[in-house]
Ligand binder design. Structure first.
Ligand SMILES: Nc1ncnc2c1ncn2[C@@H]1O[C@H](COP(=O)(O)OP(=O)(O)O)[C@@H](O)[C@H]1O
Ligand SMILES: [Mg+2]
Length: 270
């Protein structure tokens, strides 16, 4: 199977990006909730260009900061952070470290490229306008308070990413809830968009199938029905389809193949 996976800018991604923009504009805390596998984490990382930024701030010594940085660090205004499954007490420090490192890499990159002396005095979050916290469901009230404190002390927006129901849970904490400006539901792909992706963008999903591999539209339709527009299920279903084609030395994806693939997926499919 082709390993290269590209991010597809779906309608849901565009709605998410708009939501981020609105939170930034009003400097609010926003909640984004959606079922597992719809693409919340990947969309947040794509929005914040996190794969690239994370590498650039992964320096061992301060002297190395900025050596691997590229001009993307100058545009980086979003911190992406995953709430820890355990020991959330260090969260404030960890987020602060990320901000500090982004600042350092940015300043040193400017020194290197512009030949000017960098200004190291800028506050950690002065170039940051948004902090996205993923897996917010993991946090207890006292940890959420840490986030509220970061929000209150800085002139930034925050987005909490979680599962459906998180917005109701957070409503129980009035201190925090009063600061929440928007809630946004991250939805599944629509039928039409799933269809479009399966027909034209399968390569970007890192799948080795081709449209000709489908025996008929019925096979595509059953994939849409089974996965219900959930990205992770689409990926997993195709891994099984690939396996079944290989084991049986088949060339085309028929409805039977799709159904066999579904039956071999134990979890998550009704
Ligand atoms: N926009 C996208 N383009 C391509 N693949 C995607 C996209 N969104 C999600 N995926 C696929 O779906 C999987 C699950 O996405 P993820 O962001 O982890 O979901 P969530 O955080 O909502 O549980 C990803 O690992 C990826 O394979
Ligand atoms: Mg996730």
């Amino acid at each position: 199977m082709n390993k290269r996976k590209n991010f597809i800018e779906t309608k849901e991604y565009k709605r998410f990006a708009e939501f981020c923009g609105a939170c930034i504009k009003y400097k609010y805390i926003g909640i984004c909730y959606g079922l597992p596998g719809v693409g919340k984490t990947l969309s947040s990382k794509y929005y914040s260009n996190w794969d690239s930024i994370e590498k650039q701030i992964d320096y061992k010594t301060l002297n190395e900061a900025g050596l691997d940085a590229d001009e993307k660090i100058l545009e980086a205004k979003t911190i992406f952070y995953t709430a820890p499954a355990v020991r959330a007490t260090k969260m404030t420090d960890q987020i602060h470290t990320i901000g500090f490192r982004m600042n350092m890499a940015r300043t040193m990159y400017k020194e290197r490229t512009e030949g000017t002396e960098g200004d190291y005095s800028t506050a950690t979050y002065s170039d940051i306008d948004l902090i996205i916290i993923d897996e917010i469901d993991r946090l207890k009230l006292q940890h959420l308070e840490q986030l509220r404190d970061i929000y209150d002390r800085n002139d930034i927006a925050m987005i909490f990413i979680g599962m459906p129901g998180i917005e109701k849970r957070l409503a129980r904490y009035p201190q925090l809830f009063s600061r929440i400006g928007f809630a946004h539901e991250f939805d599944n792909l629509s039928k039409d968009e799933t269809h479009h992706i399966l027909e034209y963008k399968w390569q970007e999903l890192g799948l080795s199938i081709k449209l000709e591999d489908f025996s008929d539209y019925e096979a595509i339709t059953s994939i849409i029905k089974i996965t219900n527009g959930n990205f992770r299920l689409i990926q997993r279903l195709f891994m099984q389809i690939d396996r079944i084609l290989e084991i049986n030395k088949l060339e085309t994806i028929t409805t039977e193949v799709v159904e066999a693939a579904r039956d071999s997926l134990v979890i998550g499919i009704k």
